[in-house]
Design a binder for this molecule. Structure first.
Ligand SMILES: NC(=O)C1=CN([C@@H]2O[C@H](COP(=O)(O)OP(=O)(O)OC[C@H]3O[C@@H](n4cnc5c(N)ncnc54)[C@H](OP(=O)(O)O)[C@@H]3O)[C@@H](O)[C@H]2O)[C@@H](O)CC1
Ligand SMILES: [K+]
Length: 501
């Protein structure tokens, strides 16, 4: 599913009308039917439905939904219009007239009594502002939203996007409706998938309406879905052997951070790599044997990697189908030089993580190199504290283009981009906010690349699977308790789920 900006949505809306002859009126009627469908699922004809209506097309959608429900025999509908009706959009005015023609008269003013109307409602329908939000909410809307947000009795359903949420970033513009459910049209918007908008939207439902599918290609951004992951998962034909599933080389660890390298190696193996070789400075044999004896393991019997180790491992570099470099390396100058040599002299795909991210800063990279920073690392490598980088997908896209690399920016909404195409992964929870989950992810990415996926595809599948596994096991053992090793050992749960979609 594409993830749209408000401008892209408006463009699609316009072209649907001009190029395909499906008018805005038709789309609004369909939007209203979709709202009605959601309300009918949860509320009966006696429920008290309170429609909060702005004077733009978002309000028009809400008015049309109120009319359809009134016509269907819903008896306890109230409509409150916020703003000057005479200055409303063309479709808002049209819908208001039509509603009146259907004999609907239960309008009420926003005044001191407003709280009483709110306190008895079963459902508040938020049709105040949609993707036409322009700057911070003004005083009038702000006051209305504050009161609606005190409403605890029933449910809040937002039309298109919670009023006050920036559709392009998910930011709260002044204040915003905290919805239980949001019904959006065509496709999701960026504001639905970035926090805090993602939380404020509640459960998100997408009503496709009659937008022609081809028009969505104006967007280069997509949401990672289970169907997409299923299609990408490497095939495992019966007539195959371990060399068909590639050779992962992991260069990781130091005496200071020994555990990271094992998590990467386990990750690669658990998603199906043919051979996983872990070369690490410090002796770890008992850990590796305890956790996964199938991992080929070699220790250089020292504290950390240095430039002179490059000759020792150059034969391994030639054999590898993919390399992981970074987890637990430490950041000494000699190790950084070692990393730079590995990256410069290898041609195979490389997953660069953690400490190694700082080493490649000065290098020009290539598309089959994937950098996997978390928020702190991203801020340091792009050297900025000035912008809100977590919602700034455009910044990440520009950075990927500039580096000519693929970036996996790990966050509550993970951004996977090569600067031309961008994917957002929203699986996962706070079980992943723990040391080691990034190391595991690098291994999973490499394990998938070794089976033939390109780095973008592997990053999509890896982010989805690790996040989804975190969700599944947190239901069983909680987000507090679940560790990266638990996630590694349970990856099969997300894999089987995906295979069965
Ligand atoms: N696109 C599509 O394909 C389809 C779109 N559809 C629907 O149209 C919606 C977009 O409609 P839109 O463009 O009329 O804008 P909309 O969201 O109603 O906002 C304008 C209103 O908000 C107000 N307002 C703005 N900023 C404000 C602020 N800071 N503080 C306070 N008020 C502020 C502004 O007030 P004004 O500035 O005019 O005083 C005006 O009243 C979209 O979300 C979807 O629901 C569906 O019918 C299906 C097809
Ligand atoms: K809204």
């Amino acid at each position: 599913m594409h993830v749209l900006t408000s401008t892209e949505m408006k463009e699609i809306d316009k072209k649907t009308s001009t190029d395909f002859g499906i008018t805005e009126e038709v789309l609004m009627e369909q939007a209203a039917m979709a709202i009605v469908g959601e309300i009918q699922k949860d509320f009966n004809k006696n429920s008290h439905l309170l429609f909060m209506v702005g004077t733009g097309n978002n309000g028009g959608d809400a008015l049309a939904a109120a009319r359809i429900l009134h016509n269907e025999g819903y008896e306890n509908i109230e409509v409150c219009i916020i703003g000057d009706e005479n200055k409303g959009s063309r479709l808002f005015k049209k819908q208001l007239n039509t509603l009146k023609q259907f004999g609907f008269l239960d309008f009420f003013e926003f005044n001191v009594d407003f709280k009483n109307h709110v306190s008895t409602a079963d459902c508040i329908i938020d049709g105040l502002i949609g993707i036409g939000l322009n700057g911070n909410t003004n005083d009038l809307i702000k006051g209305v939203i504050d009161i609606i947000n005190t409403f605890k009795r029933g449910k809040v359903l937002s039309v298109d996007i919670p009023s006050g949420i920036n559709a392009n970033t998910g930011e709260i513009m002044g204040n915003a409706i905290l919805a239980d459910k949001t019904i959006t049209f065509g496709s999701v918007k960026l504001g639905h998938i970035f926090f805090p908008g993602r939380e404020y939207s509640g459960t998100i439902k997408v009503a496709p309406l009659s937008f022609p599918k081809s028009l969505f290609n104006i967007s280069h951004r997509e949401l990672v879905t289970p169907e997409m992951v299923k299609k990408l998962l490497p095939k495992r034909p019966k007539f195959s052997q371990k060399y068909d599933y590639g050779n992962v080389l992991i260069l990781a660890g130091s005496s200071e951070f020994p555990g990271a390298s094992i998590l990467s190696a386990i990750g690669a193996q658990k998603v199906g790599a043919g051979l996983v070789k872990l070369i690490t400075p410090t002796p770890l044999s008992s850990y590796v044997l305890n956790h996964e004896p199938g991992i080929i393991y070699k220790s250089l019997m020292k504290d950390k990697f240095s430039l002179k180790d490059f000759d020792l491992i150059s034969k391994e570099l030639k054999k590898a189908s993919v390399i992981v470099i970074g987890p637990g390396l430490g950041r000494s100058d000699e190790t950084m030089q070692f990393v730079r040599n590995v990256v410069e002299y290898s041609r195979v795909p490389i997953v660069v993580d953690a400490d190694a991210l700082y080493a490649v800063d000065s290098l020009s990279l290539r598309k089959n190199i994937v950098l996997t920073p978390h928020v702190g690392e991203m801020k340091r490598i792009v050297r900025t504290d000035e912008i809100n980088i977590r919602q700034n997908y455009e910044y990440t896209e520009k950075f990927a283009k500039h580096k000519r690399a693929t970036i996996v920016f790990k966050d509550a909404t993970t951004i996977i981009t090569n600067g031309e195409r961008t994917y957002f992964n929203i699986t996962g929870n706070t079980a992943l906010a723990k040391g080691g989950s990034g190391d595991l992810l690098t291994g999973i990415i490499a394990g998938l690349v070794s089976q033939g996926l390109d780095v973008m595809e592997a990053s999509i599948v890896a982010s989805y699977l690790s996040g989804r596994t975190a969700e599944i096991i947190s239901d069983e053992i909680t987000e507090y308790y679940a560790t990266p090793l638990d996630i590694a050992k349970n990856l099969y749960k997300a894999i089987s789920e995906v295979l069965n979609v």
